[in-house]
Design a protein around this ligand. Structure first.
Ligand SMILES: Nc1ncnc2c1ncn2[C@@H]1O[C@H](COP(=O)(O)OP(=O)(O)OP(=O)(O)O)[C@@H](O)[C@H]1O
Length: 664
């Protein structure tokens, strides 16, 4: 029964415009169960014919009819399918994939079937048993003899149960014993009903078959039947072939990745250094910003603005300059800086303002605080507002009426060891202020300690309850209106807009207020830190460009080294896209592995540096690598890998399978 018919096959090679005809109108047909030897002089066109029969060459004239169906369109896709489904290749130089085990070499073909993994392994093992190599299944091809390698290649060619086996000089590299073993197996294959077509120079090999076709000068010169074709029994194949799945490609890529681990490790270290530096600098920037913010916010809430009377006569002065003028006057607490209830009302009525706290910030003269034998000079009296954070309290609570919060420096002067016991003690304050008429008055006041804050030597303030201070002022004819107010704003997002509105409130066309918030001071610091961090990270990131080039170069090298393997995979029916993806997947694996290595190193570095400077920075973590930076570095590594793989993988996919197979 005819399985394959060739009608008027013509093939020429062109060198420039010059035509070299190789096959000059061949007409042949092949039967099932036939073992055909194609004999002929060197250069006679045998391999050219095999490439056409095997579906590797699409550029010929004439018709190839398989199972009665004409190979009409000769499209790449249908030729891939034809190779996967109908033919099995055996080569003179075995062409096994060197980094895959004997079993995995046979499994490549089976990966292109719809059998379950278990069934694929079972079938591969059966085939290896058939060629007598089951006990060698875990070996690599380089651990086998030539004859054994060829038997693995035969098992692989049989794996997808093809109708036609094409063998190009299958015994060319074997001694006589192995030659007769291999020919015995090929005979058995023909006996099982397949068509075996063997290209050979050897009459002895040819005599093994059932039919000998002589080819000379591109034409059939004789076609001799030595034996009848073997009887065939129709047996339906119990599975279907399909394209190589993503998982199968990933597995091959992974196996090559592992096999190439030394080279890959070098690249991984290169990429990881780049990613580590980027993460580390971003982490340092984060930490530095966090540290500065903590230092400031430990003292005061950056989102709560302080609002003061605008005293400048220059309406055009910017808030920050006008604010300086106010703060110069504030300590004296004159009517100039006093904020009346009418003004407070205006702020209270603004949208998003929940409440307005009244406050004083004054610098009395001859200010002393005494408790028992301890008498200390102080510079300022401030009142407790929402600007003061609870976290600024070392112990105790914020001051209610009749209470103050003292700095720890004072508490420790009073009692070095039991300084916390100062809470509940009554202090005696004495200070001088100017009254409304400008005359100095001395105020004596007894107040109870409600809490202790960290000392602020620059300002050396005592923090008091507003009402307590206001009562003392009013009783002594001192201005009792607050010299600053603190609006509480419903949401931190609204702070900026409310502050803007306050800065633009006017009475008789003149602006009423100036404002100050730590957030506004922190912003430029944070902005500069961010810019410096990003610049440093970008400089570190330049090394990633070097990594990119490194990956491109090594992937190109890998394509060159694996040219033959690409040819084999194509001969087995892998598509162009499969080859492309194989390289892309492996490079992405390299990228991900590099990212993991980079992340591990970065975290070890983070732990090391943080514990190293922990004492210096009061246990603050100065390196803070964010989750975003970690995810970002994985993404960057994948993008670099993808980018680096594009050109080499494209080159691999475009390789002509015939040229790839003939690559030495
Ligand atoms: N890609 C090509 N470009 C140009 N000429 C080619 C190409 N491939 C083969 N040829 C030529 O076609 C002719 C037939 O080559 P082919 O390899 O088919 O011969 P062969 O019969 O298999 O030879 P051998 O027995 O030595 O392997 C040769 O003259 C060869 O030089």
């Amino acid at each position: 029964m005819t399985i394959l018919e060739l009608k008027n096959i013509k093939k020429s090679y062109f060198l420039g415009k010059e035509e070299f005809p190789v096959l000059k109108g061949l007409n042949l047909s092949f039967d099932k169960g036939d073992f055909i030897s194609i004999l002929g002089e060197s250069g006679g066109g045998k391999s050219t014919l095999m490439n056409i029969i095997g579906g590797l060459d699409r550029k010929y004239d004439g018709e190839v009819i398989v199972n009665g169906v004409k190979q009409a369109d000769k499209k790449e896709k249908s030729m891939d399918e034809y190779r996967r489904d109908t033919v099995g290749f055996i080569f003179q130089s075995f062409n096994l994939v060197s980094y895959l085990s004997v079993l995995d070499n046979v499994l490549i073909s089976l990966k292109m079937t719809n059998l379950s993994h278990k069934a694929q392994v079972k079938k591969a093992e059966d085939l290896l048993k058939q060629v007598g190599l089951l006990e060698h299944k875990k070996k690599n091809p380089n651990q086998l003899s030539g004859g054994q390698k060829q038997r693995v290649a035969i098992a692989r060619a049989l794996a997808n149960d093809p109708d036609i086996i094409i063998a190009d000089e299958p015994t060319g590299a074997l001694d006589s014993q192995n030659t007769s073993d291999v020919l015995g197996i090929l005979s058995d294959i023909a006996k099982s009903g397949k068509t075996v077509i063997v290209v050979t120079h050897s009459q002895e090999v040819a005599d093994y078959g059932t039919r000998i076709v002589h080819l000379a000068d591109g034409q059939v010169t004789s076609d001799e039947r030595i034996k009848p074709a073997y009887e065939t029994v129709e047996k339906a194949r119990e599975f279907k072939t399909k394209t190589l799945s993503f998982g199968a490609k990933a597995r091959i890529a992974w196996q090559h990745f592992l096999n190439n681990w030394k080279q890959n490790l070098m690249i991984m270290i290169g990429v990881a250094i780049g990613l580590f530096s980027v993460m580390f600098f971003l982490g340092l920037g984060n930490g530095a910003k966090g540290y500065m913010n903590k230092m400031v916010t430990d003292l005061a809430n950056p989102n709560v603005p302080m609002v003061m009377k605008r005293v400048t006569s220059d309406e055009n002065k910017k808030n920050d300059e006008a604010f300086q003028e106010t703060t110069r006057l504030m300590p004296q607490n004159t009517t100039k800086t006093a904020i009346s209830d009418t003004l407070i009302d205006k702020v209270e009525k603004l949208n998003h303002v929940k409440q307005v706290e009244k406050a004083f910030d004054v610098a009395p003269a001859d200010f002393t605080v005494s408790l028992g034998a301890t008498k200390e000079p102080f510079a300022k009296i401030q009142t407790w507002t929402n600007v003061n954070t609870d976290s600024s309290l070392l112990v105790g609570k914020k001051p209610s009426e009749g209470e103050v919060v003292v700095p720890d420096t004072f508490a420790k002067k009073w009692d070095k060891t039991n300084w916390k016991k100062i809470i509940g003690e009554t202090l005696h304050l004495e200070y001088k202020m100017l009254n409304k008429d400008g005359a100095p008055v001395t105020i004596s006041q007894d107040v109870k300690v409600s809490g202790i804050t960290k000392g602020n030597p620059a300002q050396n303030p005592l923090t008091m309850n507003f009402k307590t201070l206001q009562k003392a002022f009013i009783a002594n004819n001192i201005v009792g209106d607050p010299n600053f107010i603190v609006p509480t704003i419903d949401d931190s997002h609204n702070v900026k807009s409310v502050v803007n509105k306050i800065q633009n409130l006017k009475t008789d066309g003149k602006k009423d207020f100036v404002t100050f918030s730590l957030g506004a001071v922190l912003k430029p610091i944070n902005d500069i830190t961010s810019i410096v961090t990003i610049v440093l990270a970008l400089i570190a990131g330049i090394s990633l460009l070097v990594s990119l080039m490194m990956i491109i170069a090594t992937t190109y090298m890998s394509v060159a080294e694996r040219t033959k393997e690409i040819g084999i995979l194509r001969a087995l029916g892998a598509r162009k896209g499969d080859i492309r993806l194989l390289f892309v997947i492996e490079t992405v694996m390299l990228g991900i592995a590099s990212a993991i290595l980079g992340i591990i190193v970065a975290f070890l570095g983070q732990v090391g540096v943080n514990s190293g400077v922990s004492d210096l920075l009061d246990k603050f973590h100065i390196i803070q690598i964010s989750t975003g930076a970690v995810i970002g570095s994985v993404i960057i590594a994948i993008i670099i890998a993808l980018f680096a793989s594009l050109m080499p993988a494209g080159k691999a996919a475009r390789l002509n399978p015939i040229e790839a197979l003939s690559n030495d």
